[in-house]
Design a protein around this ligand. Sequence first.
Ligand SMILES: CC(=O)N[C@H]1[C@@H](OP(=O)(O)OP(=O)(O)OC[C@H]2O[C@@H](n3ccc(=O)[nH]c3=O)[C@H](O)[C@@H]2O)O[C@H](CO)[C@@H](O)[C@@H]1O
Ligand SMILES: C=C(OP(=O)(O)O)C(=O)O
Length: 442
Amino acid sequence: MSKIIVRGGRKLSGRVKVSGAKNAVLPIIAASILGEEGESVIHDAPPLDDVIVINKVLQSLGIQIDYKNETIRVRAQRIDTCEASYELVRKMRASFLVMGPLLARLGHARISLPGGCAIGTRPIDQHLKGFEAMGADIELGQGYIEARVRGKRLHGAKIYLDVASVGATENIMMAATLAEGTTIIENAAKEPEIVDLANYLNAMGAVIRGAGTGIIRIEGVERLRGAVHTVIPDRIEAGTYMIAAAITGGDLYIEGAIGDHLAPVISKLQEMGVTVDEDENGLRVRAGKALKSVDVKTLPYPGFPTDMQSQFMALMMVADGTGIVTETIFENRFMHVEQFVNMNGQIKVDGRTAVVSGNTKLKGAKVCATDLRAGAALVLAALAAEGDTEISGVHHIDRGYVELAERLRSVGADISRVEPEPIPETSVEPDLPIFAVQPTWA
Ligand SMILES: CC(=O)N[C@H]1[C@@H](OP(=O)(O)OP(=O)(O)OC[C@H]2O[C@@H](n3ccc(=O)[nH]c3=O)[C@H](O)[C@@H]2O)O[C@H](CO)[C@@H](O)[C@@H]1O
Ligand SMILES: C=C(OP(=O)(O)O)C(=O)O
């Protein structure tokens, strides 16, 4: 198993560039299934394990994918099967995003149930409610969800989401592009990744209005064609580097970061005493002399992102005073706390609330990344800790960060990555992470 080793105590300074957004590129690749003509060319597709998995899902459907130099070319004229196997879907929850496009394009899809990852049960009832309202019959059995369109094609519908789910909004929006008539999604998620997906779909010939607001209106069209698109920068990766600057008392310019996408993170950092300056190419983040703690509550966009919660908690541990973190999106997203405590963190969890005592002298320890952002948060805490920290479970970090150790080292961190013994040539390819919790579709 790979490990990341960090010796804490170095101030970071310099420039670090963010990659294309993982959470934008995954639905965009899934949406390419809808292109009956021509080729899609997706630029700034980050070389992440999750991107490799979704590419494999499309390939397993018979779609042609070529991925070089952060550009993916997709030709989806021919689709051989409407079934996405357990072997691939178990590796990444977002694989379920192929359900909407397959249903719209072929009228039939059979997808393995996605697992809930360690951060919560993560049901998909809102995705299914949307497909049903658009005229699909849904059956569950043998670990698969099978959806079939009644009649010739999906039809438009008015769908109110009980929770403003990012994935459900994306899946329903993709399905609706080829439905007969108009679909309206109410209480839609407003994340920048939804807007990026809608822009791509519109470039393919779809007619979508209102993406980025709570009401999205999709007029169905007969067919879509491939399009050229550049993925937006990753706001969570950018936010992670912002905290790397703040937690080390450093000064980083984060190239590509978009201030508007990071408004709640910038605002909380400024409240703590961090200086954030924005220009058209990125954000400069300078730590103040003494940081003071704040309270943070995760909320759907434009609220504070749950994907930044653990990284922010790392910063709160070294700030002055006590701060409270409230996690409202996922019911089990405090697993990093136990690992922080191993590093001398003083944190008390009660249900969805964590009370974080500040002024902690963090100490290096052997810790384990339990999920993607928990892993990033451990790296951040390790940068501020006394002594060496050894982080295992690095495959989680590889799902969402391009060369995290290398990029941090380039701005002054004492960080290295230790790889396992090479795999003998005769072996099968290394396995990607599987989810910790049994599948659920409640
Ligand atoms: C690939 C991707 O983009 N992942 C992001 C996406 O995940 P994902 O799209 O899975 O997250 P959702 O927005 O769907 O989940 C938000 C909440 O809604 C609940 N829910 C969701 C769907 C459903 O049918 N029923 C239901 O109850 C979930 O359990 C969760 O409590 O948004 C999350 C919330 O910002 C982020 O943390 C993830 O990084
Ligand atoms: C939870 C995340 O991703 P996913 O939805 O792919 O598990 C994340 O990016 O922090």
